[in-house]
Design a protein around this ligand. Structure first.
Ligand SMILES: NC(=O)c1ccc[n+]([C@@H]2O[C@H](COP(=O)([O-])OP(=O)(O)OC[C@H]3O[C@@H](n4cnc5c(N)ncnc54)[C@H](OP(=O)(O)O)[C@@H]3O)[C@@H](O)[C@H]2O)c1
Length: 290
């Protein structure tokens, strides 16, 4: 999902991209090295991940291989070949018991296997920062949350499908976060990496990027329904009940409050991030034209 948006921004910027999918397993160090030797990039943008949050509970080793060992392999090759590295992580590295938005230096405490595997990846990537000053290389970890966009299953697409079929929906109200459009994330993250014309690369380190505004999944679903109806989607849903997470048990615990503070990234980019409601509008308009 994110990789498609990243490619669209890089294509607009007329930057050559060698995009890989499963044919390059980032968990396989020798393959990663030969890929870099063959293509000699200046930057690595890692959008690959094991993202099935619930399955990760039973498959933690597999999740760790992709989300922990994979980024470590990319970081190692970036250090050897002096490449810039842009990597993505998640709000699920936090416990979700805070009362104000999480800053980049807030204490981490993942509640599930996916979050643990992503935290390991962050740590392995950031440990390559040593000696970064001399080479001028940048290594950035961009944490984001609640992604939606083209190219993969996501909450907005799932809701649209359900809303077309059912009159009544039940959606969880006791988890709060910041929905984020992949196009907006790609623009901001590539800006931080110095890959758009906007500005030079920001400093190395962790950045939080998310659309503005916070909501619950129930609030998000209500927003989607209202906007989709206004855009003329054919929908059957009339009522969305707010339910507690305990009524919708999942294998992996979710952080109740995973709102990211994006002050640092916005300062580095010199602009504010737009509200998620505007981004949802753009995404729905695109889907409406499909
Ligand atoms: N989605 C969200 O709500 C969300 C929220 C916060 C953070 N993030 C982070 O944002 C980033 C992008 O997420 P996304 O939702 O765009 O992910 P996605 O749509 O699931 O895409 C991940 C891609 O990585 C591929 N992949 C899996 N294992 C691989 C391996 N060993 N080597 C190479 N490729 C591999 C997957 O292939 P297959 O499809 O064949 O498995 C898939 O194409 C990830 O770092 C994710 O952790 C996502």
């Amino acid at each position: 999902m994110l990789a498609q948006a990243v490619q669209a921004v890089l294509s607009r910027e007329a930057i050559d991209v060698v995009a890989s999918d499963r044919e390059l397993d980032i968990g396989n160090a020798p393959d990663v090295t030969s890929f870099v030797e063959q293509h000699r990039p200046t930057h690595i943008v890692n959008c690959a991940a094991y993202t099935r949050v619930d399955d990760a509970e039973a498959e933690e080793a597999a999740a760790t291989q992709v989300n922990g060992v994979g980024p470590e392999n990319l970081a190692a090759v970036a250090r050897i070949f002096e490449l810039n590295l842009l990597h993505f992580s998640t709000d699920y590295v936090f416990a979700g018991d805070a009362t104000e938005p999480y800053r980049e230096d807030a204490a981490v405490s993942p509640q599930g296997a996916y979050g643990r595997s992503k935290l390991l990846g962050e740590q392995r990537v950031l440990s390559t920062l040593t000696g970064n000053g001399e080479s001028g290389r940048t290594v950035q970890v961009v944490r984001t949350s609640w992604l939606f966009g083209d190219g993969g299953p996501n909450f907005v697409a799932t809701m649209l499908g359900l809303m077309a079929e059912r009159e009544v929906l039940k959606v969880v109200v006791d988890q709060v976060g910041r929905p984020t459009y992949t196009c907006d994330l790609a623009e901001a993250a590539l800006g931080l990496a110095g890959l758009t014309r906007a500005r030079p690369a920001a400093e190395s380190g962790i950045f939080h990027v998310a659309n503005a505004g916070e909501t619950s999944w129930h609030g998000f679903a209500s927003q989607i329904l209202e906007q989709a109806r206004a855009l003329g989607f054919s929908l059957r849903t009339t009522t969305i009940h707010a339910i507690p997470s305990s009524e919708f048990p999942r294998p992996a615990a979710r952080p109740p409050y995973s709102v990211l503070s994006t002050v640092k990234a916005e300062a580095a980019l010199g602009r504010s991030f737009r509200p998620f409601s505007d981004a949802v509008h753009d995404y729905l308009q695109r889907k409406n034209r499909e």
